[in-house]
Design a binder for this molecule. Sequence first.
Ligand SMILES: Cc1cc2nc3c(=O)[nH]c(=O)nc-3n(C[C@H](O)[C@H](O)[C@H](O)COP(=O)(O)OP(=O)(O)OC[C@H]3O[C@@H](n4cnc5c(N)ncnc54)[C@H](O)[C@@H]3O)c2cc1C
Length: 324
Amino acid sequence: MSEHQVDVAIVGAGPAGLYAATYCGFRGLSMVGMDSLTEPGGQITALYPEKEIHDVAGFPAVTGRELVRQCMKQASAHEPTFLLGHVAEGFTRHDDGTFTLTTDQDAVIDTRAVIIAVGLGRFTPRRLPGTEAYEGRGLDYLVHDLDTMRDEDLLVVGGGDSAVDWALTFEPIARSVTLIHRRDAFRAHEGPLARLMESSVEVLTSTEVAEVHGEDGIEAVEVVDNRTDERRVLKITRILAALGFHANLGPVADWPINLEGRQLPVNRRMETDVPGVFAAGDITIYDGKLKLVSVSFGEAVVAANHVAAYLDPSVRAFPGYSNA
Ligand SMILES: Cc1cc2nc3c(=O)[nH]c(=O)nc-3n(C[C@H](O)[C@H](O)[C@H](O)COP(=O)(O)OP(=O)(O)OC[C@H]3O[C@@H](n4cnc5c(N)ncnc54)[C@H](O)[C@@H]3O)c2cc1C
């Protein structure tokens, strides 16, 4: 169990949450951020880490992964605490206007304000059927620490950008990398796919996991070619399943805050109908709303600066300009 007393809790570490953390830092606010994923970056990390993004100011072209890395670097100047792999569940507003948030990992956050930046909602990975017993014992859906795959015989399962990206990422770290995809064609971008085909990664298409073997962990994986039913046993010690994610608003939908469908209506200060609760990013709705990274950044700036003015009415919302 961890306990935190902060000025502001930021729920969600996608682009909106990360930039809100940066701006809370500029404003001298203490903060804790949390995300149900074990990596920061929200939709970018979960859905398109290798896609080139062309519409973020200052970056003519940047991969999703690199943009998230830069956002983290910018936020880290203020030494924020991010609780990764924590789903924000409990939400209580006390009579004095402060809040207590709790997470499914038993973190308790007492805070004076909240910024909700949960985007499309909580991502849960699409599970690899029949492998539940190996979750946390060699089967992963996201990787926070690249070193966990060092010297492992890794099987990556999936056919999208994430699967290809992970296979390439671990090629120089793992002892061996095999990538299997149940279809005969990949959905990944051409550049990374071409690099994959030139790499030492063994690529098996039209192939699925039939059975995982191992007592304490994974020792081998039996795969089946779904065109011929031919089976093969691969020496594998870790599986990384990159099969995509379901998004679901989850516990936030039950918090006592006015929702419009799956969105939070906000005013021009990015404030919800609950004093002290602000929102930014894809979760917000107002006339003219656009769901884009750059809009999420802008909303995070507005939310964080109005949090500063809300917590101390003697300070202005306008932050002044950044200086070295
Ligand atoms: C395939 C695709 C391509 C895109 N391409 C572009 C593009 O080129 N340019 C562009 O500008 N935009 C693009 N977008 C849109 C862009 O990704 C979103 O606008 C942006 O990610 C929104 O950021 P966010 O921080 O509001 O939400 P998200 O990125 O959704 O992050 C929200 C985070 O909150 C977390 N969360 C949710 N509920 C909880 C909870 N209860 N507890 C803890 N954590 C929680 C989630 O795990 C998630 O990490 C694209 C979107 C998709 C799907």
